[in-house]
Design a protein around this ligand. Structure first.
Ligand code: SAM
Ligand code: SF4
Length: 335
């Protein structure tokens, strides 16, 4: 182990989120435009490079690795990478290896992921209605994702559902979704829609369903007990006394959660974003590729980047305009 990564605000960086591809088999309307241009393959870090980078972070104190995208399970050969990370779980350096997925390929990968040491997965699902699912994902099929969720649970993976709260879209499914998750022993986290990237026919304010309103609606039917546990991330949690399940709220726009931020994000091209909501990034691909025999330059580049980690983001809808937006898509930085 080398010295741990501590940023200028005394936050220890122990959580790395890695986007392994910008590609996806869906085109969710809040995430991508219908005609996305993806990066040429040569721009991507190879699976070996991803291994080397992640292993360097683990050596520098990262204990939790979340693989995301784009859709991480459409990256060719991705199981090779998961299998390679198992050694860090076995050594005890890595405490958790996990992923965020749209679930479409889960049926194929669930057992292998469990064998690689994955124990929990986040699966994104915004609606339980076939037609609405097809509309919101443009290219997705609900039945395939439901099969994926079954497969994940059958393989012994704990599933948490992530739902983007969308005004006029899934407001009417609040209780259906909550009760469906409860019946399958799955926790559920709601996410406020964020101003990320050009999605074509943009209507962020129209989509924005404030989670404080969503929470008030939940309270009409359930008893909510605040949980003090924090993941170091943006989610706040309550327990529903009637069902026992945990409900999370990711509210980047109505709360500031930055003071306890323990994470950084790596894109599939080796850019390290110190904050999801800021444009500043550090290129790690050059120090990686230019120094095949040694990780010293790479480690220095990582330390230099962490020294620049900003205090927080500036997303703001409060003036009824979308302020503080960032130009890259969520699928680029990895949600
Ligand atoms: N494809 C995988 C999936 O959908 O779970 C992983 C990547 S996706 C970018 C990660 C998460 O970001 C998903 O839960 C998705 O709903 C969420 N997301 C995408 N665009 C968003 C936006 N503009 N605002 C809020 N959440 C967004
Ligand atoms: Fe793909 Fe996930 Fe973005 Fe939907 S949210 S388009 S599934 S990357």
């Amino acid at each position: 182990m080398t010295a741990p990564l501590i940023d200028p605000f005394q936050r220890a960086i122990s959580y790395l989120r890695v986007s392994v591809t910008d590609r996806c088999d869906f085109r969710c309307v809040y995430c991508m435009s219908e005609n996305m241009t993806f990066l040429p393959k040569r721009e991507l870090l190879t699976l070996e490079e991803l291994d080397r980078l992640c292993s360097t972070f683990v050596r520098m104190g990262v204990q939790k690795l979340r693989i995301t995208g784009g859709e991480p399970l459409v990256r060719k050969g991705i199981m090779t990478f998961f299998d390679a990370m198992t050694r860090h779980l076995d050594s005890g350096a890595l405490k958790e290896l996990t992923l965020t997925t749209n679930g479409s390929q889960m049926e194929r990968f669930a057992a292998d992921l469990h064998a690689a040491g994955v124990r929990r997965v986040n699966i994104s699902l915004d609606t339980l209605d076939d037609q609405k699912f097809a509309d919101i994902t443009r290219w997705g099929r609900l039945a395939q994702v439901l099969k994926g969720i079954d497969a994940a649970q059958n393989a012994g993976l704990r599933v948490k559902i992530n739902t983007v709260a969308l005004k006029g879209f899934n407001e009417d499914e609040l209780f259906t979704l909550t009760e469906w998750c409860a019946s399958r022993d799955m926790d559920l986290t709601f996410i406020e829609v964020m101003p990320m990237g050009d999605i074509g026919n943009e209507d962020r304010l129209g989509q924005y369903w404030k989670l404080s309103d969503l929470r008030a609606r939940l309270r009409e039917r359930f008893t909510l007990t605040e949980l003090t546990e924090r993941s170091g991330g943006p989610a706040r949690y309550v327990r529903l006394e009637e069902t026992g399940q945990k409900i999370g709220f990711i509210t980047p726009l109505t709360h500031n959660f930055c003071e306890s931020c323990n994470r950084v994000r790596l894109t599939c091209t080796g850019e390290l974003y110190m904050c999801l909501g800021q444009e500043d990034m550090a290129d790690l691909r050059a120090p990686l590729r230019n120094n095949p025999g040694s990780d010293a330059m790479l480690e220095e580049a990582i330390r230099a980047a962490i020294r620049r980690k900003p205090k927080g983001h500036d997303f703001d809808y409060s003036r009824q305009t979308v302020d503080g937006r960032v130009s890259r898509h969520m699928s680029h930085t990895g949600g």
